[in-house]
Design a protein around this ligand. Structure first.
Ligand SMILES: Nc1ncnc2c1ncn2[C@@H]1O[C@H](COP(=O)(O)OP(=O)(O)OP(=O)(O)O)[C@@H](O)[C@H]1O
Ligand SMILES: [Mg+2]
Length: 563
């Protein structure tokens, strides 16, 4: 018999081994609850890739094949990591079980990643592996069986020795490259769930999707998640094709010109910046940050655009041990209508300990929860942006000088929006008044503020005049009052000023609604009707200065649209 070849120690281990997948560490949290966070195939596969890196492997070979047990797909992942023995394979199935060596310096450590990934994506999960000098072991878990008893062997079981060959699916055994020297692990995600793949999928389309680079609509690609370590620490292939890094800093034109700019290279070869962040715990955490501007490439006319004409494209990304862990976009706030920001990407490499201690979710490790950490007044997003502010300003200034051409100049764009025309005029009007009163320029910067915003996700109001919110409308209506109420709620103030250049339609009705709103909400909306020449003589003449032909056109277009 096969077992006769085993050493006495291994036989003893096998006899003594008691397969047990009962959830222990996380108590009543079920597999379902854990896997809910995994929405995309790439997210699930990234759990497997993380584990391979932790096992010292540097190759993850993914195979997509038609399933033998359904009309769907199977996905296999073969690695060259440290491989498996009975105890380690148990870790792969038991919720909360992890290698004792895992911690902040490994990709995973919570003991839930692969179970969640398997449950989220497949009907059945199989694993086979072998460690150096050890024997083959395999195990499975069947998620289609609704078990009362976690010890039910139909639901999950483990095999070793000869039993491996008798019980493990053929297609998995066939992937073992050479039985004698094979060290590593092969995982099989059997019958991939429909919601994990696109409609009418076939092997080719699934492979293509897995190899996909980051696109403007999808950040969930392996190629992007691992961009900083892909092909340095880990190689990934899908049906034999190599996965390459994508996203900012990794793209180039077909003839090899880089499609990005890395700032601060004059100070550090990689443009690295280091800051100290004060955590919610009051401790200092070093963070390393890279600033990259993504260029746009138009394949049709081979043109490169360095600063986009879309507003507010800047983004912050958080990385833990070189892997992107942000599943949501973190916008760079307060740069509202600033074209010079372009597609500025800020890669923030955080201390893993900080993330591990303050981020709640285990499987997709999303950092949304970081915004809500610490004492009530600890706003992670704001603290981070404040810390980066000087360098962000530098990058934007650099773009303005080096990358903005006259055709996409910020100012020419602004004048094409009628509200900007009047905002700028009102801004000048206020400034002149203050200067006449003897306020100096430096002070004035904090008194009259254009495009003001509060907090990280706050909206921007047109102007702030000595602490008072100012909203400017070409022609105010009841919606404008709603907008004012909104600003006041956000800014926790009960006062604001609403300026209407043209007289609101049906002034009487408008003023009645204004009064009712003020009474109802106990607020004061200081309404300024610029069209009333008698009441607002100076303002009127300032605002009604002749329009340039472009401004005139913009206003006409705007009015037509309103009609
Ligand atoms: N490819 C593999 N090769 C060898 N052992 C593995 C492999 N994948 C997983 N394991 C073992 O299974 C354990 C559980 O993996 P799992 O992904 O569930 O948790 P984790 O990586 O420890 O933590 P996290 O939940 O943070 O990912 C690992 O700690 C490791 O011991
Ligand atoms: Mg893991």
């Amino acid at each position: 018999m096969y077992t006769q070849k085993l050493s006495p120690q291994i036989i003893e281990d096998v006899i003594a081994f008691n397969w047990d997948v009962t959830p222990s560490v996380v108590g009543n949290k079920t597999l379902k609850a854990l896997s809910g966070a995994i929405k995309k195939l790439a997210q699930a596969l990234s759990e497997a890739v993380d584990n391979i890196i932790d096992e010292g492997g540097n190759l993850a070979e993914i195979f997509v094949k038609n399933s033998k047990t359904s009309g769907r797909f199977d996905i296999f992942i073969r690695d060259n990591g440290a491989g498996l023995n009975l105890n380690k394979i148990q870790n792969m199935f038991k919720i909360g079980s992890s290698s004792s060596s895992k911690g902040h310096n490994t990709m995973g450590w919570k003991g839930v990643g692969i179970k969640a990934a398997a449950h989220a994506t497949s009907e059945k999960f199989w694993v086979i592996g072998r460690e150096k000098g050890g024997e083959l072991v395999s195990a499975f878990m069947d998620f289609t069986i609704n078990v009362d008893n976690w010890a039910d062997k139909q639901f999950s079981n483990v095999f070793s020795g000869e039993d491996v060959y008798n019980n493990t699916p053929r297609e998995l055994l066939e992937l073992i490259p050479s039985e004698k020297d094979f060290v590593g692990c092969i995982q099989m995600f059997n019958n991939i769930k429909k919601r994990m793949v696109q409609r009418n999928p076939d092997v080719t389309s699934v492979v293509k999707k897995l190899l996909q680079c980051k696109s403007s609509t999808s950040r969930n690609s392996l190629s992007y998640i691992y961009r900083e370590i892909l092909n340095k620490e880990i190689k990934i292939t899908v049906n034999g094709q190599h996965l390459i890094s994508s996203g900012h800093g990794h793209e180039s034109t077909p003839d090899g010109k880089p499609l990005s700019h890395r700032y601060f290279r004059n100070q550090h070869p990689d443009g690295e910046r280091v800051y100290t962040l004060i955590g919610p715990d009051g401790l200092s955490w070093d963070i390393t940050v890279f600033y990259t501007l993504s260029f746009k490439f138009d394949e049709k006319n081979a043109q490169i655009t360095k600063v986009t004409s879309t507003l507010n494209q800047g983004e912050i990304h958080l990385l833990r041990n070189g892997k992107e862990v942000t599943t949501c976009k973190i916008p760079i706030p307060s740069y509202g209508n600033n074209y010079a920001i372009g597609e500025l990407h800020v890669d923030v490499h955080m201390s893993p300990k900080f993330i591990d201690e303050h981020s709640e979710l285990a499987s997709n490790k999303t950092l949304e929860s970081l915004s809500a950490i610490g004492p009530d007044d600890y706003n992670f997003g704001k603290i981070l942006v404040d810390l980066l502010r000087r360098d962000l300003d530098f990058a934007i200034q650099f773009n303005r000088v080096n990358f903005l051409s006259s055709s996409n100049d910020a100012r020419s764009k602004k004048t094409h929006h009628p509200e900007f025309i009047y905002r700028d005029r009102y801004y000048e009007f206020l400034r002149e008044n203050y200067l006449e009163e003897g306020t100096d320029e430096v002070e004035l910067k904090n008194i009259v503020i254009k495009e003001d915003s509060n907090g990280i996700y706050g909206t921007r109001n047109d102007l702030t005049d000595n602490g008072k919110i100012v909203e400017i409308k070409v022609q105010a209506d009841q919606n404008s009052i709603g907008q004012c109420l909104n600003y006041m709620t956000q800014r926790k103030t009960r006062e604001c000023r609403l300026i209407s250049i043209a007289c609101p339609k049906n002034l009487e009705k408008f003023e009645k609604f204004l009064k009712e709103s003020e009474d109802h909400y106990n607020v004061k909306i200081d309404f300024v009707n610029v069209s009333n020449r008698k009441k607002n003589r100076f303002l009127h003449s300032e605002m009604m200065q002749e329009l340039t032909p472009e401004e005139h056109l913009a206003l006409k277009k705007f009015k037509n649209k309103k009609k």
